[in-house]
Write a protein that binds this ligand. Structure first.
Ligand code: ADP
Length: 163
């Protein structure tokens, strides 16, 4: 059974992430969504809130795809997390050029740490490609409409944070 690990901060989960969850399900039988605690990034949502929002939105995807999705918080090294959950692939979403430089370095350094885990990049549907959690928060903070970028329950949680 092939397990994939899709790591991120998911602060909060967006339609871009959900699209990648769905695409990843066609590559693996078990998908572990690794939620990085990421204290340095100063997330808007607590770890529990981020996990809850992901869980609320990935059950339907898991059922439709017939894939087991597990939401797994982690604070250790990505490669160690992958080994811990038995993942043979790391899945990353790739947006435009901006993501490339960072991802390129990550793959190189992770490969030096473990040569048995491959990284696979997926691109979201064109409609969802420009979405970034950071911008969703910025738009919401300034009173803009984020309904095109996140599912309704997430929109409500973001609104409450800025209320
Ligand atoms: P960020 O890197 O913006 O802080 P995350 O850490 O939550 O966001 O992102 C987790 C993963 O999801 C990364 O691989 C990131 O490139 C990917 N991702 C985020 N938004 C999108 C999107 N709109 N389309 C494709 N991939 C995305």
């Amino acid at each position: 059974m092939r397990t994939g690990l899709y790591p991120g901060t998911f602060d909060p989960v967006t339609h871009g992430h959900l699209d990648i969850f769905q695409r990843a399900c066609s590559l693996v039988e078990r998908l572990v969504i690794g939620v990085a605690i990421n204290r340095d990034k100063g997330p808007l949502f607590t770890l529990d809130e981020r996990v809850e929002m992901i869980e609320a939105n990935c059950n339907g995807i898991a059922k439709a795809a017939g894939v087991e999705i597990v939401v797994h918080p982690f604070e250790n090294l990505l490669i160690h997390c992958a080994e811990e959950v038995g993942a043979s692939v790391i899945i990353r979403g790739l947006r435009a050029v901006a993501d490339f430089e960072y991802e390129y370095q990550m793959v190189g350094m992770n490969r030096a740490l473990s040569d048995t885990i491959e990284t696979v990049f997926l691109m979201a549907d064109t409609e969802y490609q420009p979405i970034a959690s950071k911008l969703v928060k910025e738009i919401a903070r300034l009173g803009g409409d984020i309904s095109k970028f996140v599912p309704p329950d997430v929109e409500e949680c973001v609104r409450q944070k800025f209320a």
